[in-house]
Each structure stands twice: as structure tokens, then as C-alpha cells.
Write a protein that binds this ligand. Structure first.
Ligand SMILES: Cc1ncc(COP(=O)(O)O)c(C=O)c1O
Length: 342
């Protein structure tokens, strides 16, 4: 029973087929290939706009750090949740790639920034006060690190507050598909139409091998050359880009990415019901997407450890169980039986 992460899942067969499918003949390198051109078309369709540029990376950390390095200068600050992946899990990559930008950490339940904390931080922002690093960017994450989904309305509202103070906006969408599946929102409504300037769209957790797309919308396109230069300098310009693009093509075709995320979310809902059926078990956060944060009894904790169930103890005392497109029904049943024994 492996509920450690959606990154322990295999890649979807369509992704593997797509890679094999482009493995013939020669193709222009560094993103100038036909597959990348087709991905542009799919992204335009998906996001209902042609007013964007994009770059594909193999990891979420690289795409977040590169994206943030073009929306925040080396002497600026990025407001984000105190549990954000860019703060907790990227080993200082945003600070490193931006050449010194600072992260300003804001509180809020379920890894969603509290509105008053955001308002206070924005109200205090004074770029003319030389001693403090001024906010230049607001970074949100959807799904959040606690598996909750921001609504389109909240993203729109927070982006408007940030923009009123002259900030840029970034959305870490490592699990955007899961947030979309939960809210039923359209990708355009949850990104540029909500005021997001730069999106890092994750497809790896959803079913690709390693494929995370940075999208620069509207006026942010002016930064595209800088983004490419930074990608090259940091070693995120692989020559045979067609194989990354093929993953994106497979995932975006016929909405596969959204369907797979919906499957993962359904599996997580079943898992949440299974754990909550046990007396004394509760959820630390609502299961909006494909992650379940369960507060277990000591007996159940011992039982899952003894059985070698793979899941993560989470700060705050819960255990994180993650489902993916490939979570087998038999794993869910095995977990149910195990807990019932306890
Ligand atoms: C919210 C969030 N952003 C980004 C990432 C991507 O990180 P990685 O560099 O592991 O692909 C993750 C992975 O866990 C994540 O949960």
C-alpha cells in the first residue's frame, strides 16, 4: 500500500506512447520542434488565449524557481504561505534563482493564506523604506500543500489585492488539475482571468514522467527572453525538448490531465471515507483533491507502521496519504481491511 506521494506512481501509458511516437527522425532542438508547436496549440485551447509564452521543465522546483526569478527581482520579496513548497521543500531554489529575493511567510489554515495577514503585509509594504525588503510578488499554491483548494473567487480577490499594490502574481500549480477537478473551474478562470501573471502547471504528479510548464501570460510575456536565458544558465534547457513536449501533448490531449486528476481525487475521497469510518479518526483538512490528512489513533498509527503502509507523518500530527491516477482499488481495500482489524 503506497500512499506516500503521487510521484511514486507510474507514468500514464499515453505518455509513454507519445514519447515513443516522437522518437523518429530528426527534430529541431531547444524547444523549436513541431511537438512544442503542437503543445502551444493545446495550451491555447486549454487556457482560451493566445496571449502567452511557455517553457517546459522536468521538475516543479525548477519551474517554480525559474518562474519566480522573472517576477521578482533580487532585491524584492515574495509573499507566500508559511507552508508553501517554495519555502519548505525547495532548498532555497527561489532565493538562489532570483539571486537573493526573500520569501515573506504568511499564516493561514489549510495552507491557504489568511486574508487579513495578506492585507496587513500589503498595507505595510513600503518600497521607499530602505531597511525592509519590499514585496514584489504574491505566490499562491493550488491545490495547497494541505490538499485544500482555493476557489477561483479567492484567487481573483487575492490577485486583485496584490495588484492594487503593484505586485506580480504567481500560481504554483503542481496539482492544479486536482484543484480544477474539485472546483469544476476552467483553467483560464483559475489562472490569467483571475489575475495570475505566471503559472507553473504541473503534469508530473498527474501522470507524466517529468513535465512542468511555465506559462507567462499577457504583459509578463516581455520576460520570456529573460526566462529562456535563465533556463539556459541554470541548465534547464535540455536539447531534446521534443521528449518533454511529447509528455505535455499526451496529457493535454482530450483533457487527459483533468480526467486523471479526477480519478486521483475520487480515490482520495474513498480513502478519506475508509479512515474516517474508524472510531477516533478525523481529518486535519478537508479532502478537496488527491491528498488525505488523517489524525489517527495510536493503535492505528502502530498498525499502519507495522504493516509498512507508505504515508507521511505531517507537521501538526496528522498522516498524509496521497492518491494518484494509478492508485489500485485493491490498495484501498487492503487499507480498509487493515484498519478494520485494528
Ligand atoms: C505544491 C508543490 N509545488 C511544487 C512541487 C514540485 O516539486 P518537484 O521539484 O519535486 O517536482 C511539489 C512536489 O511535491 C509540490 O507539492
Amino acid at each position: 500500500m503506497d500512499f506516500a506521494s503521487d510521484t511514486t506512481a507510474p507514468a500514464h501509458p499515453s505518455v509513454i506512447d507519445a514519447i515513443a511516437g516522437v522518437n523518429t527522425g530528426s527534430a529541431s532542438s531547444y524547444g523549436a520542434d513541431d511537438v512544442a508547436a503542437r503543445v502551444r496549440g493545446l495550451l491555447a485551447e486549454t487556457f482560451e488565449t493566445n496571449d502567452f509564452d511557455f517553457w517546459i521543465c522536468a521538475s516543479g522546483t525548477a519551474s517554480n524557481a525559474l518562474a519566480l526569478s522573472v517576477v521578482c527581482s533580487s532585491i524584492g520579496a515574495i509573499a507566500c504561505h508559511e507552508e508553501a513548497h517554495i519555502e519548505r521543500d525547495e532548498r532555497g531554489a527561489p532565493e538562489f534563482f532570483s539571486g537573493g529575493a526573500k520569501l515573506r511567510l504568511l499564516p493561514g489554515h489549510g495552507a491557504q493564506i489568511d486574508e487579513n495577514a495578506l492585507r496587513d503585509a500589503l498595507a505595510m509594504n513600503d518600497p521607499s523604506f530602505v531597511h525592509e525588503t519590499p514585496l514584489e510578488t504574491l505566490s499562491l499554491t493550488n491545490l495547497t500543500e494541505c490538499g485544500t483548494a482555493y476557489s477561483v473567487e479567492t484567487i481573483k480577490h487575492y490577485a486583485a489585492l496584490a495588484k492594487a499594490e503593484g505586485l506580480n502574481t504567481h500560481l504554483d500549480g503542481a496539482r492544479l488539475a486536482n484543484a480544477l477537478a474539485h472546483t469544476g473551474a476552467h483553467p483560464a478562470d483559475m489562472s490569467w482571468k483571475a489575475g495570475i501573471d505566471v503559472l507553473t502547471l504541473g503534469l508530473t504528479k498527474t501522470g507524466a514522467i517529468g513535465c512542468e510548464i511555465i506559462l507567462l501570460f499577457g504583459q509578463m510575456r516581455a520576460k520570456f527572453e529573460a526566462l529562456k536565458a535563465r533556463a539556459k544558465r541554470s541548465g534547464h534547457m535540455p536539447p531534446k525538448m521534443r521528449f518533454l513536449a511529447a509528455q505535455a501533448e499526451a496529457m493535454l490531449t482530450d483533457g487527459l490531465w483533468r480526467n486523471l486528476a479526477a480519478d486521483a481525487n475520487r480515490a482520495a475521497k474513498s480513502l478519506a471515507n475508509i479512515v474516517c469510518a474508524q472510531p477516533g479518526v478525523s481529518l486535519a483538512y478537508p479532502t478537496d483533491g488527491n491528498e488525505v490528512f488523517a489524525i489517527l489513533t495510536p493503535d492505528l498509527e502502530a498498525k499502519i507502521k507495522q504493516a509498512g503502509v507508505r504515508c507521511y507523518p505531517w507537521p501538526g500530527g496528522s498522516y498524509r496519504f496521497v492518491c494518484s491516477w494509478a492508485t489500485p482499488q485493491s490498495d484501498l481495500e487492503a487499507l480498509r481491511d487493515l484498519l478494520a482489524e485494528a
